[in-house]
Design a binder for this molecule. Structure first.
Ligand code: C5P
Length: 227
């Protein structure tokens, strides 16, 4: 299991200060919509230079197949190590992405977003008209058949997705929280220990590390669940 720290602070300077504070730890960094839209590839390059860590570009692409594939190629050429698109963009969009990346010598890992971890069961059913686990498994299976490397899901779907797809299907699970900590806007949260039991490959943690008085100690606390 790997820890991916979400760089979701209000400026590039604040995010880079966190990267510096976490130096020396075996981590991935996640750059999301706000950081990338505001600070662009310069920021991605700064994080890479400062940390040497791999970068997950969390832009959750969702568009028609050709546009999604164009964006995926730009992301790969920009130097991200992993990125994601919504499974609900459909199998044609996912296949178009993998087809477009197939010309590259090396490509980033590509994950399909299944059900956002902020959804409660009721909110999800109101949009998708089915239970989260069924939909997450179906989405992960269609991502697998399109050739993607894995799925973004909650800790609670990780085991079922691996059983339905394969053990090699990467599961990346946001919503990691320490026991008794704030859940914020997340609904399906879990501790790093539970994530490990559920065989998640990556956990994503943002606010519990970003707002800790000692972010390195918080990251080490999360990493302590890994062994
Ligand atoms: O602060 P917190 O730990 O909740 O941060 C979680 C991060 O993971 C956020 O950057 C959020 O955008 C991202 N994310 C998520 N749920 C998904 C995919 C990504 O929370 N399904």
């Amino acid at each position: 299991m790997k820890l991916c720290v979400a760089l979701d602070l209000g400026s590039a300077e604040e995010n880079l200060a966190i990267v510096e504070k976490l130096s020396g730890l075996d981590l991935w960094f996640k750059i999301g919509l706000r950081g990338f839209i505001r600070d662009g590839w310069r920021f991605v390059d700064s994080v890479k230079r400062l940390s040497g860590a791999p970068i997950f570009l969390d832009l959750k692409l969702c568009d028609i197949p050709n546009t999604t594939a164009d964006a995926a190629l730009a992301i790969a050429e920009g130097g991200a190590d992993m990125f994601n698109l919504h499974a609900s963009a459909g199998i044609r969009a996912m296949s178009a992405v993998m087809d477009r990346l197939s010309a590259l010598k090396t490509r980033p890992l590509v994950l399909a977003v299944t059900a956002l971890t902020s959804f409660s069961a009721e909110e999800f059913a109101a949009i998708y008209n089915q239970p989260i686990e069924n939909a997450a498994i179906a989405m992960a299976k269609s991502a697998q058949s399109a050739g993607l490397d894995g799925a973004v899901c909650s800790v609670y779907e990780s085991r079922a997705i691996k059983a339905a797809c394969s053990e090699a299907c990467i599961t990346l699970c946001p919503g990691a929280r320490f026991e008794g900590g704030e859940t914020d806007d997340q609904s399906r949260v879990a501790t790093p220990q539970t994530a490990r039991q559920e065989r998640c490959d990556f956990i994503v943690m943002g606010r519990p590390i970003l707002r800790a008085s000692d972010p390195k100690a918080a990251a080490l606390q999360a990493l302590s669940a890994f062994c």
